[in-house]
Design a protein around this ligand. Structure first.
Ligand code: SAH
Length: 214
């Protein structure tokens, strides 16, 4: 069966990711290595390499492979960076980032999702990931600044704490819009702290839920 999954994985990389223009070699290598079928329920293993999101616990989703690839490529990681991810979810995007970055700090609001992701990622041998349960809109100030920030949930406004925690010469990728559709934005900060925005096109994510009580 593992050979079958490898075959499905190669097919996913070729037809969904490379074919749509993601060419970063580190990103493609990460997609070849991470066993996406282990990040979904046993009844969904065979669909894990298909071209769409899939449901996970707490009514959340594991993102479409192409979107994970596009967002990862947008960070332009070279291998040593300290990265922040908001919305651990299944942990799949976390694994892709951990393959490429120096260290990944990942925040998830549901404890159960964070715990399942950390158990699986430990089992797969990743030792460069730190997990936090809480509201990712506040970032992770103790570990800032970050040389890449990836937000896997949609927001109308970019949380100011995340902009503050972005290092100079670094990029933040985030879906910005309403609940129906968003623009996938790359916000770049230069060495003087100036910001620039670029859109990668439309996308549809579940909402980034801010914890108002904290
Ligand atoms: N990259 C994940 C995507 C999960 S969906 C994957 O492919 O599996 C988005 C995730 O963001 C959900 O797990 C949701 O619970 C989480 N989330 C939403 N708002 C959040 C917040 N304010 N802080 C942290 N996580 C949040």
């Amino acid at each position: 069966m593992s050979d079958n999954f490898q075959c499905l994985r190669e097919n996913m990389v070729n037809t969904q990711i490379k074919a749509r223009g993601v060419n970063d070699k580190k990103v493609l290598a990460a997609f070849h290595r991470v066993p996406r079928h282990m990040f979904v329920g046993p009844d969904q293993e065979l669909q894990a390499y298909e071209d769409h999101p899939l449901p996970i616990e707490h009514d959340q989703t594991i993102s479409q492979p192409f979107i994970v690839a596009l967002m990862t490529e947008a960070l332009k990681l070279t291998g040593e960076e300290i990265v922040l991810e908001i919305g651990t979810g299944s942990g799949y995007q976390t694994a892709i980032l951990a393959e490429i970055a120096g260290h990944v700090y990942t925040i998830e609001r549901f404890e159960k999702l964070s715990r399942s992701a950390s158990i699986l990622l430990d089992k797969l041998g990743y030792n460069n990931i730190s997990y936090r349960v809480g509201d990712g809109t506040k970032g992770w100030p103790e570990e800032a600044p970050f040389e890449g920030i990836l937000v896997a949930a949609a927001t109308a406004d970019i949380p100011p704490a995340l902009m503050d925690q972005l290092a100079p010469n670094s990029r933040l990728v985030i879906p910005v819009g309403d609940s129906r559709s968003q623009d996938l934005l790359i916000v770049s900060k230069d060495d003087r702290g100036n910001l620039d925005r670029e859109s990668l096109g439309g996308c549809r994510f579940l909402p980034l839920v801010e914890d108002k009580e904290r």
